[in-house]
Write a protein that binds this ligand. Structure first.
Ligand SMILES: [Zn+2]
Length: 388
């Protein structure tokens, strides 16, 4: 054992914690890839190889603990992931991970815990699902020296999950001097297929504004876990599907859903008189808000349910000061308040486990609602903008 491994809390290579995290990452990422971004796990499709790798490691852990191991991948998926909470797996996880009661699969789809685990631990399994289109748009905008194009694209996708045929034409023609713009939109949206409609109608969730999938006579299913409780309950907004376009499913997950909170925050700060720039510096931050008189903040919005997993995804904030167009004083990692409700430990766990927060004392973790309250309110509205 090395000196490092004798330190409390050190989860080094080969440690039981590390081994458990790799096992869980293999299984969770295998499950996520099975189902695509949404929709139910298709029992007929071949299983992902990561599930087999996870199964092999789980078998070893079971032997060590004297447990009966799953007999195959199907058993792993349907008896373990769907029915056995984490506390009954032979894993060694940090108590702050609050994993005990979590299931990896709920109603046949990867749970929010499963998805957050994959996002937080991508480096454990070389399995990066980042959208190639996001990187492409960023690269082209950078090559053109037009960061605002990237911000406009992101904003459009966040605001409009469905476009009528006429809106699509109007949006494609917005930047006639940039040939790539129309191509980006063609890649971002798809004509709504007939299986996405019922009687020629498409449903849009009133809560998260995303298009919903028809669910075989049971109503409509929203792609957001945040709306899971509303799956069959709320009445969606109905729109004509004829000739209309919808956002590609992977972009709903990567951009539109997280973007809802960024947009809400941006609008709230602008309502208090700030000039708010969204996605400054190609997403170096989500928002920089500046008030006349010089008060300025930089914000990264994080809509995560599990603070232990979120801690791994907090990044170093850019050092923008002095005459920089986006100079800001204080930085904030802002979390929707309902994520912390009834969970006094949320920020304690987040701060304890985030190296980036330790390294940046000028960055504070806070709820979105508190942050808005702390900002000046001039009584006259400012603007939300995509560039300086
Ligand atoms: Zn929804």
């Amino acid at each position: 054992m090395s000196i490092l491994e004798m330190l409390p809390g050190y989860a080094g290579r080969g440690s039981p914690e590390r081994e458990s995290e790799v096992l869980l990452s293999l299984v969770a990422s295998g499950l996520s890839s099975l189902s695509g971004w949404q929709g139910r796990v298709d029992r007929r499709r071949p299983y992902d190889s990561r599930l087999q790798l996870g199964l092999d490691r789980l078998a070893v852990a079971c032997v060590r603990e004297g447990l009966e191991a799953p007999v195959g991948v199907a058993d792993l998926v349907w008896s373990w992931c769907a029915e056995r909470p984490m506390r009954d797996w032979p894993l060694v996880l940090d108590p702050d991970a609050q994993a005990d009661g979590e299931l990896l699969l709920i109603d046949g789809v990867p749970s929010e815990f499963c998805r957050e685990w994959v996002r937080a631990n991508r480096d454990l399994v070389a399995d990066v699902h980042e959208s190639a289109l996001v990187n492409h748009v960023k690269d082209v905008a950078r090559a053109l020296g037009r960061p605002e194009l990237y911000a406009h694209w992101r904003m459009l996708l966040t605001e409009k999950a469905v476009l009528s045929a006429a809106e699509m034409v109007r949006q494609r023609n917005r930047f006639l001097d940039v040939a790539s713009w129309a191509v980006w939109l063609d890649e971002s949206y798809e004509p709504i297929p007939s299986e996405g409609t019922v009687d020629g109608q498409i449903a849009v969730c009133r809560r998260c504004r995303q298009w919903m999938s028809p669910s075989g006579g049971e109503g409509w299913v929203c792609p957001s876990w945040r709306c899971a409780g509303h799956r069959y309950g709320s009445v969606p907004n109905m729109r004509g599907g004829e000739g209309a376009y919808r956002l590609q499913a992977d972009l709903v997950g990567y951009i539109a859903l997280p973007g809802q909170w960024e947009l809400r925050l941006a609008n709230a700060l602008a309502a208090r008189g700030a000039r708010v720039v969204v996605s400054p510096g190609y997403d170096a931050l989500d928002t920089v808000a500046t008030w006349p008189g010089g008060f300025a903040i930089g914000v990264d919005v994080k809509d995560w349910r599990n603070p232990f997993l979120l801690a791994r995804k907090i990044k170093m904030f850019p050092e923008w000061s002095g005459s920089h167009a986006y100079a800001y004083g204080k930085g904030f990692v802002a979390v929707p308040k309902d994520r912390t409700r009834g969970r006094q430990e949320y920020f304690r766990i987040l701060c304890k486990h985030s190296q980036a927060l330790h390294a940046q004392p000028h960055v504070q973790a806070i709820t979105i609602e508190e942050l808005i309250q702390q900002c000046p309110d001039l009584g006259t509205p400012g603007v939300v903008s995509c560039g300086p």
